[in-house]
Design a protein around this ligand. Structure first.
Ligand code: OXD
Ligand code: MN
Length: 639
């Protein structure tokens, strides 16, 4: 039965209003809460399985209240997992075990009956660059080797959460079981979590995605850093799309432990989306209003750490323009009954990369993140604040800096103060430019999609796909300088189709076919490609970026409106002469270089794409996409 060996007390006993002081709340820490009566039979059954397997000491069914948060913050303070940041309101800093700082792509698996359901099977692609497959037998073995008894001595938290506004036809529910209070508190920021989701499950179809997470315990039984238990040697993240199930072991780092995000909203989400005929994508959603007061919504897919969050929160430099943010990482998009593609942000918070965020690069984020935020692996300052590379001047008088490893730091230390993948986890509702419709259960109508990457050479500032199929090819051919968000480091240009490379839940070839099929389902948006990062021969950026990117959005807006401000080129539609609005720009822009299409570069690019398709996608590549490559090759040959 559910409560075997576990103690389950009544719901809400500890839910206290915010004004209660810490000591009062700490006194009741040994008490846990939850009400089994609020669980549907299917949830109960799932929890029984988790309890049997993980053998926790206690169960805590999360209600999502402030009182619960106070209690868990208190617990984490006691355990040394977080420290307060008194310079700000309700902000905390977690320092992870240094071996647990990023997503573990090489140990992230999709389990399907046949390998080709999960990843393209080709002669050359071993291992595949488009995900890892695991058999059912090996999945069971991986679980059996890690999970039995893994929560002994710990509390098992049950987090009911909704991806998307509770009850929206575009939303989905998950139940995350975890032994980490850090995960609970982060999930409460990143998703709509708590009792209202259980009520919705009771009232609705009862469907949910099963998400089991444990920080684990190394075989020695000893945690290198007791304040951040984990088992980095045996970390594994498993997905079983046929059962809507996720199992994650060994890591507390967000990308591996906040299972609503990459695991559910993208990997399992993309498989559900394929089955149900919609799209789950690694995209920001933003609203843009032009000086005439007309508003459209765009989505944009960029590989990790390419300034996606900055784009989602842009302060346009072009007079009269306004950008509002619906989401900074993930878009779920579905055609409505009128054939309009509508998007929701399934998340409730931002889990953004801190380094590089400043008043200059992202003033909106800076106005968002200094309340109710959990920072992870940033540096701290002796006046109770945080610091990271690119934030501004660290040498404030009389203030010392402690780095993410807990050591005293100065600019002369010769090392980074914050980890390159350090994060803020902050409520989206605090964003001063959050879109008024960001919680609209119907979603917002999407008029354009932008793909992009960090391309120092050859790729112009902006171009438009000739049609949907060409746009799908552009997404499939995306490449970018590698990200610090994963294990890959350094400046290699990597293929990252649709910015989904680490997040596909099923065979990329089938994913492409699914994208192609969207055209038959409704009115598809225009597709664009942008590159803010092109450099001159002497290594200088050719485009100022940030707020000036609104000039590119202005051109995109006008194209969406049907203005004939383009000319055809070998790779797609480029802004026609003088159509990019550069009025008032202080800097002199070398448009010639910014939009030049070097024939050698594009011939090489086409060869790289061909090699990638051949080696990684093989026979799974849809004919339409292969044809687009031939068109590109022929057009480049004619350049
Ligand atoms: C992220 C990522 O954390 O894409 O959003 O890695
Ligand atoms: Mn992301």
């Amino acid at each position: 039965m559910l409560l075997k060996g576990a103690q389950l007390l009544r719901c809400g006993l500890l839910s206290r209003p915010q004004s209660h002081n810490f000591r009062l709340l700490c006194r009741s820490l040994s008490v846990h809460y939850g009400d089994a009566k609020t669980l549907t039979p299917a949830v109960r059954k799932y929890l029984e399985q988790c309890v049997d397997l993980c053998q926790p000491d206690k169960i805590h069914i999360c209600d999502g209240t402030v009182g619960e948060s106070k209690m868990l913050q208190c617990l984490m303070l006691k355990q040394g997992t977080i420290v307060p940041l008194p310079k700000y309101h309700n902000c905390w800093l977690a320092r992870t075990n240094p071996a647990d700082v990023a997503r573990v792509e090489s140990r992230t698996f999709i389990c399907t009956e046949r390998k080709e359901q999960a990843i393209p099977v080709t002669e050359k692609a071993t291992p595949s660059a488009l995900g890892n497959w695991i058999s059912e037998g090996d999945l069971k073995k991986a679980i059996d080797e890690r999970f039995p008894g893994c929560m002994k001595g710990r509390t098992m938290y049950v987090i009911p959460f909704s991806m998307g506004p509770v009850g929206s036809p575009l939303s989905k529910v998950g139940i995350e079981v975890t032994d980490s209070p850090y995960v609970v508190e982060s999930m409460k920021v990143m998703t709509r979590a708590g009792t209202q989701v259980l009520d919705h499950l009771q009232a609705g179809d009862g469907q949910f995605v099963k998400c089991l997470h444990s920080v684990g315990t190394p075989p020695s039984g000893v945690h290198a850093q007791p304040s951040w238990p984990c088992d980095p040697e045996r970390t594994i993240v498993l997905h079983k799309p046929s059962d809507n199930e996720i199992v994650s072991y060994g890591s507390g780092y967000g990308g591996n432990s906040l299972l609503g995000k990459k695991c559910f909203a993208l990997r399992i989400g993309s498989t559900i989306a394929k089955r149900e005929g919609w799209l789950a994508e690694h995209m920001v959603i933003l609203g843009i209003t032009n000086p005439k007061g007309k508003k459209i919504y765009l989505t944009a897919a960029f590989p990790s750490a390419c300034g996606k969050t900055n784009l989602a929160m842009m302060k346009p430099s072009l007079p009269g323009y306004k950008v509002e943010c619906v989401g900074d990482d993930i878009a779920w998009m579905k055609f409505d009954s009128q054939g309009v593609l509508r998007a929701i942000n399934p998340e409730f918070g931002f889990f953004g990369v801190a380094p590089g965020t400043s008043k200059a690069t992202n003033p909106v984020a800076m106005d968002t993140i200094f309340r109710n935020t959990i920072f992870t692996n940033v540096a701290s300052t002796s006046d109770g604040g945080v610091y990271w590379e690119g934030m501004g001047d660290a040498n404030v008088k009389d203030v010392t800096v402690t780095d993410w490893l807990g050591k005293l730091w100065s600019k002369e230390s010769g090392r980074n103060a914050a980890h390159a993948n350090s994060r803020f986890c902050t409520p989206a509702s605090q964003c001063p430019i959050i879109d008024p419709a960001w919680e609209d259960p119907a979603g917002v109508p999407i008029s354009g999609m932008i793909f992009g990457g960090r391309r120092p050479a050859g790729v112009p500032l902006v171009f438009e796909a000739r049609d949907w199929t060409h746009g799908v090819f552009i997404g499939a051919a995306m490449r970018s300088e590698a990200t610090a968000a994963a294990e890959h480091k350094g400046k290699v240009i990597m293929h990252d189709p649709f910015a989904m490379r680490p997040f596909f839940g099923y065979n990329f070839g089938d994913y492409l076919s699914h994208w192609l099929s969207m055209e038959k389902r409704g009115k598809v948006p225009k597709i664009f490609h942008v590159n803010w990062f092109r450099k001159s021969e002497d290594g200088q950026f050719l485009w100022p970026g940030f707020g000036e990117n609104s000039r590119v959005l202005d051109w995109i807006f006008r194209r969406v409106e049907g203005e004939k401000c383009y000319e055809e080129s070998a790779i797609g539609r480029l802004p026609s002469k003088d159509s990019l609005n550069l009025a008032g720009l202080d800097e002199k822009i070398d448009l010639e270089q910014l939009f030049s299409l070097p024939k050698d570069f594009w011939a090489q690019e086409a060869r790289e794409i061909e090699k990638y398709f051949k080696e990684q996608v093989g026979q799974h590549l849809p004919r339409e996409v292969a044809d687009q490559l031939e068109v590109l090759k022929a057009r480049v040959a004619d350049m």
